[in-house]
Design a protein around this ligand. Structure first.
Ligand SMILES: Cc1cc2nc3c(=O)[nH]c(=O)nc-3n(C[C@H](O)[C@H](O)[C@H](O)COP(=O)(O)OP(=O)(O)OC[C@H]3O[C@@H](n4cnc5c(N)ncnc54)[C@H](O)[C@@H]3O)c2cc1C
Length: 332
């Protein structure tokens, strides 16, 4: 295990960012060593995956810890154990090859398996929380291994108990469940199937994964070419009564009912409606095909991104009386 100094922090927004120290760990013994190093030097730490959901600072005065736990194995016919360093879409491909249902709608989400429970990744009507049995972690504050059940992870929309915790995720146990049915209910999946004459009865795991992949490629930028962190804001979940419909009519917004009190509001549409009133930034922009995606030209830093985001949040607040929360993790 080698601790390196002043290395760039990998991030898909391509922000200029350096860490005081960084290290890659591949087993629990090395995590015990890192625990001592952190304690003896009173260091801050950040566990990092592929950097597709972070907004890092210009200088991180601490140690970046990356996982090299990279195996996939069957613990039993009903459980697959997957190392945190495995790429998420590689796992999806593994499940397709092994006829394991349930991962199709989450095809092509960037990033690592280890990060997937942190914000409970989700897309096209599915969330990773429904696939996870339990999570194997190492507590960097307590210097011990911890096994968390699905319930203990306390999953919710783009959040979990693992977010901002002291836990390094070593591996995740996913449930294999033959009774799962393919989920083609999402609006854009249905629209794709109807315009391509695909019969729901002929849908397979492979074809559903391909549909999701095609839709994603048509609306989302490839982060290796157009620098971004996916959806920049969460869709707000609020009481409908508080929304200001004086500037824009209710029919102009995208609103999904959640229960008798709460609705989820499409953040992308809110931004589309106010985007012409946002002061331009030199190095940060809205992606032309999707207003929820902020992109950079590779020359921006954290403050510039946050300033641009704040001008969007302020405009949405004054226009609709809705507070937008940032989805990627802001690292200080
Ligand atoms: C183009 C694009 C599209 C996207 N689409 C979606 C989408 O459809 N749905 C969705 O939910 N997300 C989406 N995202 C966000 C991103 O893909 C996910 O959040 C993903 O899980 C991040 O993985 P990562 O390895 O890059 O995590 P990182 O960005 O490296 O880290 C994210 C967070 O996880 C923590 N973390 C990472 N690994 C570990 C570990 N082993 N142990 C403990 N903590 C850890 C980090 O500390 C950080 O807080 C998208 C991003 C991009 C760029």
């Amino acid at each position: 295990m080698i601790i390196e100094s002043n290395q760039p922090i990998l991030n898909s927004l391509k922000l200029c960012s350096i860490a005081k120290e960084s290290v890659v760990v591949k087993n629990t013994d090395e995590l015990h060593e890192i625990y001592k190093h952190i304690k003896n030097n009173n260091l801050r730490y950040l566990v990092l995956g592929e950097g597709t959901n972070i907004i890092p600072p210009e200088f991180f005065d601490g140690i970046i810890i990356k996982s090299n736990f990279n195996s996939i194995s069957f613990k039993s016919p009903k459980i697959i154990n997957v190392g945190s360093a495995v790429n998420w879409d590689d796992l999806v491909q593994f499940t397709l090859q092994n006829s394991i249902k349930g991962f199709e709608n989450l095809s092509l989400i960037p990033g690592s398996v280890g990060a997937s429970p942190i914000q409970n990744i989700g897309a096209y009507g599915a969330d990773v929380s429904s696939l996870i049995d339990s999570v194997e972690c190492f507590d960097l504050k307590k210097n011990k291994l911890i096994h968390l059940t699905n319930t203990e992870c306390d999953f919710s929309y783009r959040s979990s108990a693992l977010k901002n915790s002291s836990l390094f995720i070593q591996s995740i146990n996913f449930r294999v469940d033959e009774s799962r049915v393919l989920n083609s209910e999402y609006k854009s999946i249905k629209a794709y199937m109807s315009s391509n004459d695909i019969d729901v009865n002929q849908l397979t795991s492979d074809s559903l994964s391909k549909i999701v992949t095609d839709i994603r490629k048509s609306v989302l930028p490839n982060h290796n070419k157009i620098f971004n962190a996916g959806s920049f804001f969460k869709n707000p979940v609020i009481n409908k009564d508080i929304i200001n419909f004086h500037v824009h009519k209710e029919s102009e917004l995208v609103i999904w009912d959640i229960d008798n009190n709460l609705v989820k509001v499409g953040a992308a549409r809110l931004i589309e409606l106010i985007k012409d009133e946002i002061p331009p930034s030199e190095n940060v922009f809205l992606y032309h095909k999707h207003a929820l995606v902020l992109v950079t030209n590779g020359k921006a830093n954290q403050s510039e991104v946050l300033l641009y985001a704040k001008s969007i949040q302020d405009k949405v607040q004054t226009t609709f009386n809705i507070k937008l929360d940032i989805e990627p993790n802001i690292i200080y």
